[in-house]
Design a protein around this ligand. Sequence first.
Ligand SMILES: Cc1ncc(COP(=O)(O)O)c(C=O)c1O
Length: 331
Amino acid sequence: MTVDLRSDTFTRPTDAMRKAMAEAEVGDDVYGEDPTVLELQRRVAAMFGKEDALFTPTGSMANVLAVASLVRPGQEVLCEASAHIARAELGAHGALTGLTMRTWRDQRGQIDQPAIESMFAPDMGPFFVRTTAVSVENTHNFAGGAVLPVAELDRLRSWATSVGVGVHLDGARIWNAPVATGVPLASYGACADVLSVCLSKGLGAPVGSLVVGSSETMAEARVRRKRMGGGMRQVGILAAAGLHALDHHVERMADDHEHARLLAEACGIDRKTVETNIVVVPCEDAQGFVSGARKGGVLVSPVGPTAVRMVTHLGVCRQDAEAAAGVVSRL
Ligand SMILES: Cc1ncc(COP(=O)(O)O)c(C=O)c1O
């Protein structure tokens, strides 16, 4: 037995998803002529109450395109210190957009409104870096799948609009949030100017993300995507996986959340602190934990010297979760 809890990116397409991919109607998407991609873009835009969306190969590319729509070279984006855009995109935003970042720190990845307001730098001419965007992550990966409350997001957006700053939401795992909270996707959409969302995490598609926002922003993002080498051809074959996932893999995430709570309890963590499908476990020796778990057939990842992360997904059934809980409880 191997239970792979390293990430929800380890899912494999189901037989039904592969069938949907094989049967997809396709066209040349660089010409905007792939009907399946167009359907996916329309559907995802509508889910978030936005005008349009743009398919990208990865969440990282979607994030770069989304943030670049709000921040020009020499300007800055503010984000939480463990945000994916700051910690795990290997400097893409600085290298490709020429922007800088400043961060606030919150253990649960939450919005620190007073910190954001105190960091905000208005336009002061060609002497200082100007803040033109705030980026938030929902759910928050390295903060253990934490959900950002919609009231806090609303407050951020109102303030941002009042000072002329855009809001980007990294929604790689936004799909988990409504399952956990009952708040509709459109309410999260209303809190941001532009979002990036992934099909290849908990939704279980093999590849694919989207930028979501206004028609004008998508037209600009389409040009940048091509410049980055992200113009793809008969990519409806991948969009079909995303459409299939939206039909079949959203509600089942409630099981992932329950499995994550089970794993948390096995590690002595209060189940109420686990909101979605990620559990971060503090431990003395992360590498020791990882290799101990591996011996028991459970794969987990270190997220620093004294913490490991376990992520549940559609490749982990109840029986797997219970078996894994037995192994990690001994560690
Ligand atoms: C919160 C978050 N944003 C963006 C990404 C980037 O996605 P990708 O790996 O498709 O580039 C990830 C990947 O895990 C993520 O967790």
